[in-house]
Design a protein around this ligand. Structure first.
Ligand code: DOR
Length: 450
């Protein structure tokens, strides 16, 4: 295992409130020393002056497509994309094939992640069997299996039946796990291709009203209060949702929320291109929704930034709009987009952005060894990034198997230089270290790179 001395970086460690120039010495998978003027004692020294060193990022919401759609992503390639984006832990959504609605699938995903060794993958379990909204899954076996499932969701759709959701919440609460919802009243959004509003009228595409999200969230918050479960709102996208969460938090409901980079940056006007790369669920919303999400992120109503990394094959994303699946990849662009669009305009400070990507999501998932503090004896899960480096988003350079980003061709600021997972340098100088290329080729054996 590598012995590395990171020298001269700005250590931002939200868990301990540290934001200062500091050296960090890593050895045997642990942080050995943090301080100034550390000597290497034979460790490889990497000069990171001008860069930030912080706990590895945590993404609460990704789709890794394994099992079932290994042509789009595998646990290994998704882990590599995560590492390249500076993430050392990701929560993998259960809408795989078969669905992650039992301990066997959860354990398989976690085992594949351990084999790849590039980042921690915490599978989320389905709330209902087969994501069908009818029968509650064996929550207990998933919580206690070796994968250690701690979040349950039917992401991709919301649970429509309030009685089932109430019972699921009660069951989940018994294990002190999280009930997370893709808030959507399916009767209102059925058949929708984009946000309902001016542009859906103009384009003649069926809309999904913001009310479909607001109503589902309002119902969920009532049930969360009733049951006392820890509730997490996935990919919040509407002004109404931000207001509902703000009120619920003020009233003491145990609610946390995430927002994606695309819902913080893009509006439904993008859909004018008719390019399905902009199709996502929840859909890109109006400018007033985007503004409300930015305000909600700034004031803490929205706790964490999560990518909803949703890889799709080129063939499917290039089919006609109505047939193309919703979703965008996000792991390899999240940091730069957030620095460029959220930190540079002054919505969050850089240190606060780091907090929303590290200790905040670690706290939500109650992850040990992730999210800091960066202190002697702690597991070495670290990210080093240059906040000023400019680069052009070129999907052809992604290590993810999929290329479906709406941010292609944008010039952004902020680049991940090194990612340390469990003491190993998984990403060196922005690229996956050669030690992991074998794991990646195993991961890609079921489908050619597109
Ligand atoms: O756009 C989306 N894509 N939203 C979801 O909720 C699911 C995801 C996917 O799995 O592709």
């Amino acid at each position: 295992m590598a012995e590395i001395l990171f020298k001269g970086g700005r250590l931002i460690d939200p868990a301990s409130g540290v934001d200062t120039t500091s050296d960090v010495l890593v050895s045997g998978g642990r942080v050995i020393e943090v301080g100034s003027n550390l000597s290497s004692n034979g460790a490889e020294t990497i000069d990171i002056s001008g860069a930030v060193i912080c706990p590895g990022f945590i993404d609460l919401h990704v789709h890794l497509r394994e099992p079932g759609r290994e042509d789009e992503e595998t646990v290994a390639t998704g882990s590599a994309a995560a590492a390249r984006g500076g993430f050392t832990a990701v929560g993998a959504m259960p809408n795989t094939d078969p669905v992650c609605d039992n301990a066997a699938v959860a354990d398989k995903v976690a085992a594949a992640a351990r084999l790849a060794g590039m980042c921690e993958v915490i599978p989320a379990g389905a709330l209902t069997k087969g994501l069908e909204g009818k029968y509650i899954t064996p929550v207990g076996e998933m919580v206690t299996c070796s994968a250690g499932v701690r979040m349950f969701t039917d992401d991709g759709k919301g649970v429509q039946d309030s009685r089932i959701l109430r019972r699921a919440m009660e069951y989940i609460k018994g294990f002190d796990a999280i009930c997370a919802e893709h808030c959507d009243d399916a009767a209102l959004s059925e058949g929708g291709q984009m946000h309902e509003g001016y542009y859906s009228d103009m384009l003649g595409l069926k809309g999904m009203p913001a009310a479909a999200e607001d109503i589902a969230l309002a119902r969920d918050l009532v049930l969360a209060r009733l049951t006392g479960v820890r509730y997490h709102a996935l990919h919040v996208s509407t002004k109404g949702s931000v207001e509902l969460i703000r009120q619920a938090k003020a009233q003491g409901v145990r609610v946390t929320a995430e927002v994606t980079p695309h819902h913080l940056i893009l509006t439904d006007s993008e859909l004018q291109s008719f390019d399905p790369v902009n199709k996502v669920n929840p859909p890109l919303r109006s400018s007033s929704d985007v503004e409300a999400c930015r305000v909600g992120l700034a004031d803490g109503t929205l706790d964490a930034i999560a990518t909803d990394h949703a890889p799709h094959s080129r063939e499917e994303k290039e089919s006609e709009f109505e047939l193309a699946p919703p979703g965008m990849v996000g792991l390899e662009t999240a940091l730069a987009l957030m620095i460029t669009e959220i930190v540079d305009p002054g919505i969050l400070t850089l240190a606060e952005l780091v907090r929303r990507l590290t200790s905040v999501p670690a706290g939500i998932l109650r992850l040990a060894g992730q999210g800091g503090p960066v202190a002697e004896g702690g597991v070495a899960n670290l990210t080093v990034f240059d906040p000023a480096a400019e680069w052009l988003i070129d999907p052809e350079t992604f290590v993810s198997k999929s290329r479906n980003t709406p941010f292609k061709g944008r010039t952004v600021r902020g680049r991940v230089l090194h990612t340390v997972f469990g003491g190993n340098l998984v990403v060196r100088n922005g690229e996956i270290s050669p030690d992991y290329h074998a794991a990646l080729s195993v991961g890609t054996s079921l489908g050619a790179q597109q």
